[in-house]
Design a protein around this ligand. Structure first.
Ligand code: NOJ
Length: 552
């Protein structure tokens, strides 16, 4: 496998630094066999759409056999595909078809827990001397690891649940039907490596590793980010590096940047990690019309090893999480973005991008502009490229996981099944419903969001500084202007954003770039040469500019 030529920037082991990622759910993308549920055959038929959009790597949400009590994050078999998504051959065909188009694929590695339906757990609960017993975390009482926070606050009362079969408590950081694996047991680590090998041999380009901070428990600690957890992760990385160089591990650790930093290790743990706190601050900066929240979090973010990269996103399949903000900031976010309580869940907001931004195309473009120009590799969430809506009434986080809207016809082009058979109803209101918001109609409209997204992706792909460059903030007196320089080798990009809903002027101190000509990247027009005096830019409401600097 080691010699396999990879798509994208062939042979470049740092491919993930330049990549634009697209997160999608097989179930929600396209139903190829008319049973009301998306599948790999359907997804294959839409790969050209994704290629056209210009993304580089697909992140596939859990596709394994599962009772679907946490949308597939409750895995019942790590070595297979959920029958409703297709067969193993369908998966292979999908992977090949993606690779043929130069699209990479990363899948989910849910390491922390399994479903309680997994045969490992079923065996473990049989008796205390079952060989699998020690694969999970058991206790006679529910008072061990006191004080460890509960993550799914709206549903769980404790991190322990009683197993009536073996008459003991088992530990779980998420839903009670998701028992935590015991990573103190070397057999569990070995098995996780076997799982990785299985999919790597098939050709996946990496994994998004779920819930990494919680692998190990120790009395008297928060049971999060423990040194022993890092040992496990280093073990898996070392194996990966030895046997499958060029594949990528991405950490989901919803923590402050200084707590995520150790997950990069000395370049010997994760290649990538999501930067969670940047996300709510993009929304906050926009609402406050002030760059402060964003500048602060980025300036507080520690340096990471050379081969590593942040992953940044606006929305994903979960709630817009407000764990990494202060109580005051959370109140502000709820007040501004989820006044309606039904839109709130756990510590977050279960809404999609377009409705969060009140369907304001200017704000949608501005936030995507930030996503594609701030440090890190951007992750787009399926459907947000056409401005899909949500349905907060569907329970849990299902309202942001509705079927992709392909056209204005039967089931929005998602499936030929009867509408009643669809895994969950399509969005059908007059504003965001599939008749109003869909791929086909946006393809036919040159000024649609979809065309705009394709264009901005294309433009980002012309400059490596976005993915690889460092960032230096310019701090004009007008705090509604967020301006920064992204520099990589000889390339410098100047980004200027107006966070306000009113016209603004910004005077940028660009003295040290005197003599350069800013070339506006969307239209190619040269702007006045940078001189000694402050560089004046006037900006329309929510406008942003990207300039490549040229020296003649
Ligand atoms: C994080 C995933 O993003 C979320 O969807 C899931 O519910 C939890 N991990 C538990 O697996």
């Amino acid at each position: 496998m080691n010699g396999r030529t990879s798509p994208g920037s062939p042979g470049d082991p740092l491919w993930y630094k330049d990549a634009i990622f697209y997160e999608l759910h097989v179930k929600a993308f396209r139903d190829g066999n008319g049973d009301g549920m998306g599948d790999f055959k359907g997804l294959v038929s839409r790969l050209d759409y994704l290629k056209e959009l210009g993304v580089d790597c697909l992140w596939i949400l859990p596709m394994y056999p599962s009772p679907f009590r946490d949308d597939g994050y409750d895995i019942a078999d790590y070595y297979s595909i959920h029958p409703q998504y297709g067969t193993m051959d369908d998966f292979r065909e999908f992977l090949d078809a993606a690779h043929e188009r130069g699209l990479r694929v990363i899948t989910e590695l849910v390491v922390n827990h399994t479903s309680d339906q997994h045969p490992w757990f079923q065996e473990a609960r049989q008796s205390t001397d079952n060989p699998r017993r020690d694969w999970y975390v058991w206790s006679d009482t529910d008072d061990r690891y006191r004080g460890v926070r509960i993550i799914f606050l709206d549903t769980e009362m404790s991190n322990w649940s009683w197993d009536p079969v073996s008459k003991a408590y088992y530990w779980h950081r998420f839903f009670s039907h998701q028992p935590d694996l015991n990573f103190d047991n070397p057999a569990v680590r070995e098995e996780m490596w076997n799982v990785m090998r299985f999919w790597l041999d098939m050709g996946v380009d990496g994994f998004r590793v779920d819930a990494v901070p919680y692998l190990i428990e120790r009395e008297g600690t928060s049971c999060e980010n423990l040194p022993e957890t890092h040992d496990v992760l280093r073990f898996l990385r070392e194996r990966l590096e030895t046997h499958y160089p060029g594949r990528m591990l991405l950490a989901e650790a919803n923590m402050w940047p200084e707590d995520v930093r150790p997950y990069f290790g000395e370049g010997d743990e994760f290649h990538m990690a999501f930067h969670f706190p940047i996300m709510p601050r993009m929304f906050m900066a926009l609402r406050l019309e002030d760059r402060k929240p964003l500048v602060e979090i980025i300036e507080r973010t520690p340096e990471i090893p050379a081969g590593c990269q942040w992953g940044i996103f606006l929305r994903n399949h979960d709630e817009l999480t407000l764990e990494m903000v202060t109580d005051e900031e959370r109140d502000y976010m709820y007040q501004e973005y989820a006044r309606d309580r039904v839109a709130r869940i756990n510590l977050g907001i279960r809404r999609r991008l377009a409705p969060l931004l009140e369907g304001d195309r200017r704000k949608i473009e501005l936030l995507n502009g930030l996503l594609l120009s701030l440090p890190g590799s951007p992750f787009l969430y399926y459907g947000d490229e056409i401005g899909m809506g949500d349905n907060v009434y569907l329970g849990d986080r299902n309202g942001v996981r509705t079927p992709m809207q392909w056209n204005g016809g039967w089931n929005g082009g998602f499936s030929d099944a009867d509408p009643e058979q669809i895994y969950q109803p399509l969005i059908s209101n007059p504003v965001y419903g599939y008749q109003a918001v869909n791929v086909d109609s946006q393809r036919r409209t040159p000024h649609s969001l979809l065309h705009w997204m394709r264009r901005i992706i294309q433009i980002r792909q012309t400059a490596r500084a976005f993915g690889r460059g460092d960032i230096r903030f310019l701090k004009p007196a007008n705090h509604r202007i967020l301006a920064y320089l992204r520099t990589y080798e000889k390339e410098t990009i100047l980004v200027v954003n107006n966070l306000a809903g009113t016209a603004q002027a910004g005077e940028l101190d660009l003295k040290d770039l005197e003599g350069a000509i800013p070339i506006e990247m969307f239209g190619g027009s040269p702007f006045p040469r940078i001189g000694e005096l402050p560089y004046l830019l006037t900006m329309a409401p929510y406008q942003f500019h990207w300039f490549k600097l040229r020296w003649l």
